[in-house]
Design a protein around this ligand. Sequence first.
Ligand SMILES: NC(=O)c1ccc[n+]([C@@H]2O[C@H](COP(=O)([O-])OP(=O)(O)OC[C@H]3O[C@@H](n4cnc5c(N)ncnc54)[C@H](O)[C@@H]3O)[C@@H](O)[C@H]2O)c1
Length: 340
Amino acid sequence: MANILVTGAGGYIGSVLTPLLLSEGHTVRALDRFFFGAEMLADHPQLQRVREDARRIAPAHLEGCDAVIDLVALSNDPAGEEFRAETYAINHQSRAATARLAKAAGVQRYILPSSCSIYGFQDPDVRVDEAAPTNPLTTYARANERAEQDVLPLADKDFTVVVLRQATAYGLSPRVRFDLAINGMTFGAWKTGVLPLMRDGTQWRPMAHVRDLASAQLYMLTAPQDRVNGEIFNVGSDANNYQLGPLADIVAAATPRDVRIEWYGDPDHRSYRVNFDKIERLGWTAKLGAEDGVRELCAALEDGRIDKTTQTLTLDWYRELMRWHERIKQVELYGGILRI
Ligand SMILES: NC(=O)c1ccc[n+]([C@@H]2O[C@H](COP(=O)([O-])OP(=O)(O)OC[C@H]3O[C@@H](n4cnc5c(N)ncnc54)[C@H](O)[C@@H]3O)[C@@H](O)[C@H]2O)c1
């Protein structure tokens, strides 16, 4: 049982990870701006919410913590290009600063959830492993790589540092995202019966269920120090290395209505496959497949528990918040709008 600081805890992965950590008996300090709403995390006696910006993290936030899982980020490529400086400041610099503060505070373990996107696009005949040269093509990917480069050298016998290069996530979460490939395909198929698919469908993409990603983070809290310290692990599974054409067929088959595939665009030659042998040798394996994610998303859509809204599209929501911030600054007086 440990005290764990989780940054970005109110996000898509964090709002699945936090209840998992709590259910394992850990105490969680959830540090987040809660851009998507503090209600993404249910109350729990062992949960402490800290509404703070990761760029203002201070030694007090790390006091008494045994481990850090540093999820905080602007979490996709389009947001990274639109908010470039902020992406470097949050995804790279704030996480490097958190790792340094954690080490200084005597925290024992620091886990950086990075991304397979730092491989960029590679020879589709090769399954890239952790030793392969990286090829980050976007601001988001470059910021993740810089964070890795800054935190890994901090590893020593008293401070265990683990980098997890996660595949693209899918599946249900309290803070659901439809700007992720499988989730977006599922919504289109469920809502309209038409699944738009980029030609020619042979491109490879690594995916991972959000509960599997959370379970890998949990696993790394207690994995043997001599096997994980200063190490990078790809997180996913070969069964979840999908080609988009067959993936679309899986999504269509798991959606409870007739679905037709509609091709669009020129053939996309960007393709990459990832090798997950290293984490499997350690003893962790992914348990879920795309059909599990599609089925649970469709069930939640059917019940009206989730919907595709501005709030479930990451970049749209940040744009919306910034628009409202401007508008509210213009009309607010004496701390209010009509009630002052
Ligand atoms: N979801 C994926 O497919 C995927 C794949 C690979 C890696 N990752 C990585 O996993 C991490 C989490 O991704 P996610 O999908 O949960 O993203 P998310 O956007 O759902 O969550 C990010 C959280 O960080 C918070 N946040 C953003 N800026 C902040 C700031 N300055 N201060 C405090 N809080 C702030 C947001 O409020 C949000 O709750 C990210 O580092 C992402 O790069 C995600």
